[in-house]
Design a binder for this molecule. Structure first.
Ligand code: TRP
Length: 345
């Protein structure tokens, strides 16, 4: 068996995606979208940001609401600052090359690799015999999303690290088996947001802020207005102690640590900076300050989101344009890949 070639020479490209599972929230913004916006500033890298509706059907879903969920996610991307002129924003299912690529990569990935994926175990739950086969091969479709653009960088949250490693394994295996000494696919680098950007539930500092949490008070949605944001922060769970002066002393105080982390991320400071200002003060003083920062930062985003979502035709035009751009890059890659594996035509 020949060695794995590592001489990838293609252009730098960025790809990422989110599921269209209802409303996006502060955790999505600080953990991902903010970084997507930063990445598009460098014009030397083309950016592709998709809404992964093909991944969404790996779990039971409602066909009637899926298209609006896609629009809603796309609107949130734009409201957060992703520029549809600079970056391609599109629905995954509008670019058939993802599915074609996924089939080929399904035949490159090994069963044993997929059996180690922890997200499948979490999502499938106890009765994994009843999980869809799509849920099992979900990470291969994710690798296809990435490799069909030969994306070199993928900004994701910490929880996607394992899927990105799998993507590299698949790319390396393909290069070794079919590359004839050339690295056809890049070994994609994950851009993982730091632990500071891991935003937890406002009701429980040990679980991630999530759109599936039954309590709406657990999260700040990108569409919440100023009053709602302030109310949720006021209600956020805390402990009775005042804020400490050092980051080390936040250890074991999950809720306090989370609120300080949110303040830091929103205001572009470190947790230490925030504690230098608020150490010794109680939550009665800190929460209104946090609410101010959150409202100041998020109000323009939520205003823009509400404006966009009220004009479906505009979002659809933008998604159509984004899909055309994406297809122009993805189709030649999948055509080349089909030829490489010996497909007819
Ligand atoms: N699995 C990712 C998540 O749950 C979403 C996703 C699908 C993705 N395809 C992708 C992320 C490609 C980055 C690149 O967050």
């Amino acid at each position: 068996m020949s060695d794995t070639p590592t001489n990838y020479k293609g252009p730098q490209r960025v790809l990422s995606g989110m599921q269209p599972t209802g409303r996006l929230h502060l955790g999505n913004y600080l953990g991902a979208l903010k970084n997507w916006v930063e990445l598009q500033k460098d014009a030397s890298r083309e950016c592709f940001y998709c809404v992964v509706d093909m991944h969404a059907i790996t779990m039971p879903h409602d066909p009637a609401t899926l298209p609006d969920a896609v629009r809603s996610a796309a609107a949130a991307y734009i409201a957060a600052g992703v520029d549809p002129e600079k970056s391609a924003i599109f629905a995954q299912s509008a670019v058939p090359a993802h599915a074609e690529m996924a089939w080929i990569l399904n035949c490159v990935a090994r069963l044993g690799w997929l059996e180690r994926m922890t997200q499948f175990k979490d999502k499938a739950g106890k009765d994994k015999e009843r999980a869809s086969v799509g849920l099992f091969t979900y990470p291969v479709l994710q690798a296809a999303d990435i490799l069909v653009y030969k994306a070199t960088q993928v900004p994701v949250g910490e929880d996607q690290k394992q899927h990105l490693e799998l993507c590299r394994d698949i790319a390396a295996r393909f290069n070794r088996d079919f590359g004839k000494g050339e690295a056809v696919f890049p070994l994609t680098e994950p851009l993982i947001q730091g632990p500071g950007a891991r935003i937890m539930s406002l009701r429980d500092g040990t679980s991630k802020m999530s759109k599936s949490d039954v309590s709406d008070n657990s999260r700040i949605n990108l569409e919440d207005d100023a009053d709602m944001i302030a109310r949720k922060i006021k209600k956020a769970k805390t402990d009775p102690e005042p804020l400490p002066a050092t980051v080390e002393e936040l250890e074991g105080r999950a809720e306090a640590s989370n609120l300080v982390g949110i303040y830091a991320a929103l205001s572009g400071q470190t947790k230490a900076d925030v504690l230098a200002e608020f150490g010794g003060q109680g939550f009665g003083a800190f929460k209104p300050a946090l609410a101010d920062v959150a409202v100041q930062y998020l109000a323009p985003i939520s205003d823009e989101y509400r404006r966009l979502i009220s004009d479906k035709a505009e979002i659809d035009r933008m998604l159509t344009k984004g899909a055309e751009r994406a297809r122009a890059v993805a189709q030649p890659v999948v055509d080349e890949t089909k030829k490489t594996v010996g497909f007819w035509g």
